[in-house]
Design a binder for this molecule. Structure first.
Ligand code: GLV
Ligand code: GLV
Length: 331
């Protein structure tokens, strides 16, 4: 058999690539920016496998441009909202992704953002850099306490649970909401399942950990902000599209809520002249939830393992469209 052809839409950690280079002909997109869609269409033509990123739009048209030999799209991320899963399943294409390995790193960042917003850490740094620190003052940069506060977790999956464990260690009370109600037990952590409205009304901090789907797009909209406390802090490390950006801007500007700490935005990247960035009560970081050296390497290892398994007709460790494995016409 000739060596399978694989396209990777960006450079990933080199250590993860080794097993792939041994078995496949690999074409890596070397630019810092993603390949434009038209170029992506050319690049995937004739490939057996693709390692994709969340910045690549992977639709039916692209799958058809690749050709019938395409067996696997292995996403270097846990979220797969950029991929048309149904179109992949129809074409017997396995879609891999990387849950689990990035859970703790993403929870670390979510908690870091929560604390940065609560205690105005970034504002404080700006203040010092701007030469405004002239004395200790009883009323300088007062924030809100994390300990003793109530955290509402929207989406109690792996990452939500990892955040709940951190919150519990900080003495927070934990509420959670699942789109499809599901009791979650975490050893040593007390957490109460509530409906979304109750969560929004009672929480001092709201942290989002649900995937972006048609059901969750703009889940946090104007109505949601109206239910939140005026001091509430919104943390989003999931996907920008879950929050209605315009409503968020209005809520922050009018004091409807207190603060937002965002790792993900809509649009993404957020342009430097975006109105959100003119507000004092926002911190934004550039979608770095999983960005530790160890985690990015683990994601690479898993993406490569998913890809190689699928190419060999084996069950990959993590499949985002498991239905495809049960379709008789795909065997
Ligand atoms: C990153 O956002 C991911 O989905 O892994
Ligand atoms: C992702 O890993 C999640 O299930 O939260």
């Amino acid at each position: 058999m000739s060596r399978p052809k694989v396209f990777i839409s960006r450079r990933i950690p080199a250590a993860s690539l080794k097993p792939l280079l041994q078995e496949c002909d690999v074409d890596v997109w070397e630019d810092e920016l993603p390949p434009p869609y038209e170029i992506l269409l050319e690049k995937v033509r004739g490939t057996d496998g693709i390692i994709s990123l969340l910045t690549d739009k992977i639709d039916a048209n692209l799958m058809d441009a690749a050709g019938k030999q395409l067996k696997v799209i292995s996403q270097y991320a846990v979220g797969v909202d950029n991929i048309d899963l149904e179109a992949a399943t129809q074409r017997c294409i396995v879609v891999g992704h990387t849950p689990g390995v990035l859970t703790e790193s993403t929870a670390d960042l979510a908690f870091g953002l929560l604390m940065a917003a609560a205690r105005r850490i970034v504002e404080g740094y700006e203040y010092v850099k701007a030469g405004r620190w002239r004395t200790w003052h009883p009323l300088l940069l007062l924030g809100v306490d994390v300990h003793g506060a109530t955290l509402g977790i929207v989406g109690m999956g792996r990452i939500g649970q990892a955040v709940a464990r951190r919150a519990s260690g900080f003495g927070m009370k934990v509420l959670y909401y699942n789109h499809r109600p599901k009791e979650v037990r975490i050893p040593g952590v007390e957490a109460e399942q509530v409906d979304l409205e109750t969560l929004l009304r009672r929480s001092d901090f709201v942290s989002i950990h649900t995937p972006l789907t048609e059901d969750t797009r703009h889940l946090i909209d104007r109505r949601a902000f109206e239910m939140m406390k005026p001091t509430a802090v919104l943390v989003n490390t999931a996907r920008g599209g879950i929050v209605d950006t315009e409503a968020l801007y209005e809520a922050l500007k009018s004091g409807r809520i207190g603060y937002a700490a965002l790792d993900v935005t809509d649009p993404e990247p957020l342009p430097p002249n975006h109105p959100l960035l003119s507000l004092p009560n926002v911190v934004v970081v550039p979608h770095i939830g999983s960005a530790s050296t160890t985690t990015r390497t683990r994601m690479g290892d898993l993406a490569v393992s998913n890809l190689l398994s699928a190419l060999k007709g084996k069950r990959p460790p993590h499949v985002a469209n498991p239905e495809v494995l049960d379709r008789p016409e795909c065997r």
